[in-house]
Design a protein. Structure first.
Length: 349
């Protein structure tokens, strides 16, 4: 395949795909967007006028990094498709659904013009953009209900042995149901891990965005038990979302900003167990800072949630007596539901 050859994944506009979907213009990636390196994205429209989001596998881009990347990108694409099928089978309503998939061949005589694709339900906006837009409703009630929806999505994934491993504001998609009601859903399972099944990124310490990774990852601590390692990480990234919702910064960023330089990962030569007491000391200060950033009426309710989810010790991100398994999120889920209801009914006015 010549280096300067055509890029089939960028040539889908105007095509009609299986199921009657018509492909619209290529979508440009946001300047700060991460992930999706081997994909091109489009809006598509069905015969009935329904709009959706299409992600096309870009073999050309993969080839530029070496022929082995063709196989790797295909494995990753198929893995995500299988996870989405599993989510659909179990009716996960707080995980973004794939509503179609297939392959289009632009030139029958050229195997390199084969383009696999996935079609997803189309969101209105992602959580990060929603929070950044002052014209949108980002009230206390909206934030808490969104956190409840996200926790529900993670719980649904955990229930079938899937850990997300890359939860961040841009991977939470918001759907406007009407002028008042919105639904938030967990998106992008490309970096996920699955219990009892080989996952493409399982050989890496952390597959997701390091800017949101839990402290143990930064110190190369590897918990051998899948449930303890993966679920604890998802809990931390949920706490990071809580932090971002209310302070516009992440829990890991505030932790390191409060940590003396000699204990930063790049400067630390000891083990995670040895640095943990220093992390806990810094975390206690960040918990105070988080509390002070909240309206007084929220502190008693939200600070204990932050202190659990964002604790540097992965074993302490759940209440005492709760196992780190598929049900680890249950109490957090109930808590967010209660707090959201309280906000929606004027409890924080």
């Amino acid at each position: 395949m010549p280096v300067n050859s055509r890029i089939p994944a960028k040539e889908l506009e105007g095509l009609t795909l299986d199921g009657g979907w018509t492909v619209g213009p290529l979508l440009l990636k946001r300047p700060k967007a991460t992930g999706g390196n081997f994909c091109q994205c489009y809006k598509v429209r069905s015969k009935t006028g329904r709009e959706a989001f299409l992600k096309a596998l870009d073999f050309h881009h993969a080839f530029q990094l070496g022929t082995e990347m063709i196989e790797k990108s295909t494995i990753l694409f198929n893995f995500e498709r299988e996870l989405l099928d599993e989510c659909s089978k179990h009716g996960m309503d707080r995980v973004v659904r794939a509503i179609g998939n297939g392959t289009v061949q632009l030139d029958p005589s050229d195997p390199f013009t084969r383009v696999p694709y996935l079609i997803f339900e189309l969101a209105d906006i992602d959580c990060r953009s929603h929070l950044d837009d002052p014209s949108l409703r980002s009230s206390i009630a909206w934030k808490l209900r969104s956190l409840h929806h996200v926790a529900t999505g993670l719980k649904q994934l955990h229930g079938v042995g899937i850990a997300h491993q890359d939860l961040k504001p841009s991977n939470v998609l918001v759907f406007h149901i009407n002028n008042i009601l919105t639904v938030s859903k967990v998106a992008d399972l490309g970096r996920a891990s699955r219990a009892g099944h080989p996952s493409p990124y399982d050989d890496q310490l952390w597959a997701g965005d390091l800017n949101y990774a839990p402290p143990e990852v930064h110190y190369s601590y590897l918990e051998p038990e899948w449930w303890k390692r993966r679920i604890a990480a998802d809990l931390y990234t949920l706490g990071g979302l809580l932090s971002f919702m209310f302070t516009q910064t992440t829990s890991i960023a505030t932790l390191f900003n409060s940590l003396p330089l000699q204990f930063w990962p790049a400067n630390w030569g000891g083990s995670f167990e040895e640095v943990l007491p220093y992390l806990v000391n810094s975390f206690n200060r960040t918990a105070d800072d988080f509390a002070n950033s909240l309206p007084l009426k929220l502190r008693d309710d939200l600070v204990p949630v932050f202190e659990l989810l964002c604790h540097p010790d992965p074993n302490k991100r759940i209440s005492a007596g709760v196992a780190m398994n598929k049900n680890a999120l249950e109490r957090h889920l109930s808590r967010f539901d209660l707090l959201a209801f309280r906000a929606e009914t004027g409890g924080y006015d």
